[in-house]
Design a binder for this molecule. Structure first.
Ligand SMILES: CC[C@H](C(=O)O)C(=O)SCCNC(=O)CCNC(=O)[C@H](O)C(C)(C)COP(=O)(O)OP(=O)(O)OC[C@H]1O[C@@H](n2cnc3c(N)ncnc32)[C@H](O)[C@@H]1OP(=O)(O)O
Length: 302
């Protein structure tokens, strides 16, 4: 009898770990008819710009969408570079936070229209969509607290990209705009699914069906923007974003990453599975150095 109970417990733990593992993986794989190498080769035909990653000692990484002459539009090589940078961040165990921003004074104007025109057939479009969904899902699931710093415009795919971050910071002149309908499209990089979870179905329907501009005031009202930052003469927008983020990433990386993981589980799993995942994550921090140190110090929370 005791053995049977133990066996069931063990099976449950394996199932639980399997679910957590699944969450870390790509949405599309070979079993979905997705051949990453095939689309990578195609994307390499559309070069230009870069995705730059700076991992700082303070545990905050800065990811720069860098193609200012085209308002930071995503070329094919930038899509593959984004995938590689996100993979690099997955292995960065000292990391706590991430800021995604654009070079120059703007965020991102979506896909490079030159590439879009060249692959405007459904087969290639679907492969690109699967590739970007995999990348942005992995970005969203990083155990880092992420912020999209939206300076200037976030249009089309750029608007979708900012929904893969935990928070969105706008600036007085910035705008987020899902222009897809005006292009005869709907979002395909996972932007619609994430937008609904951020602002609710009603607001998402308004934004997607009207391609309405979201300015900071409207962004704050519907919960798409988390704050509006105004850089001072002394510090630029990146510094202001880092300052805003610093509130949420104080303390050891193990604990900050665990916080992000429990929130991810709650966001993505049903209640029972989320509770089990929470237990597993809790098991990793309970009695760990940060916990023991806090107990030894007898900390008070006045
Ligand atoms: C819809 C879904 C799809 C996806 O999910 O994959 C997409 O994202 S498609 C792309 C959607 N985005 C657009 O359609 C943006 C089109 N561009 C604009 O509306 C304007 O350029 C704007 C508002 C971004 C900036 O306007 P502004 O007057 O400030 O500057 P310019 O128009 O002179 O732009 C400077 C320079 O950048 C080039 N540019 C801008 N966006 C793109 C882009 N997405 N792809 C390629 N090139 C882009 C623009 O053509 C100018 O180049 P130049 O050689 O100087 O004429």
């Amino acid at each position: 009898m005791a053995l049977r109970v133990q066996g069931r417990k063990c099976l449950r733990t394996v199932h639980n770990m399997h679910l957590l593992q699944q969450r870390r993986n790509n949405i599309y794989s070979v079993s979905d008819g997705f051949d990453e190498e095939e689309i990578r080769k195609k994307l390499q035909c559309f070069p230009g710009g870069s995705i730059d990653l700076l991992k700082q000692k303070n545990g905050v990484a800065v990811l720069t969408i860098n193609n200012p002459s085209r308002m930071n539009a995503f070329t094919g090589t930038m899509m593959t570079e984004l995938k590689d940078r996100v993979t690099e961040l997955k292995g960065w165990t000292d990391g706590k936070g991430l800021i995604v921003h654009g070079a120059g004074n703007t965020f991102c104007s979506g896909s490079d229209l030159n590439a879009v025109r060249a692959i405007s057939n459904p087969h290639d479009g679907m492969k690109m969509c699967m590739f970007m969904q995999n990348t942005l899902t992995n970005l969203m699931r990083l155990p880092l607290i992420s912020v999209a710093l939206i300076e200037g415009k976030a249009l089309g795919g750029g608007a979708e990209l900012c929904t893969a971050c935990d928070f969105r910071l706008m600036m007085p002149q910035s705008e987020i705009r899902f222009v897809h309908k005006h292009m005869g499209l709907v979002p395909g990089w996972g932007g619609a699914s994430r937008l609904i979870r951020i602002v609710g179905g009603r607001n998402a329907l308004i934004l997607l069906s009207s391609a309405r501009k979201v300015d900071p005031e409207y962004g704050l009202a519907i919960g798409l923007a988390d704050a509006v930052i105004t850089p001072s003469d002394q510090s630029g927008s990146l510094e202001a974003a880092e300052k805003w983020l610093s509130e949420y990433i104080k303390g050891p990386a193990t604990v900050v990453r665990a916080v992000k993981q429990v929130v991810l589980s709650g966001r993505e799993l049903d209640l029972e599975e989320s509770l089990k995942a929470e237990k597993t994550i809790f098991g990793n921090v309970w009695g760990a150095p940060a916990n023991l140190e806090a107990l030894a110090q007898g900390s008070k929370h006045k």
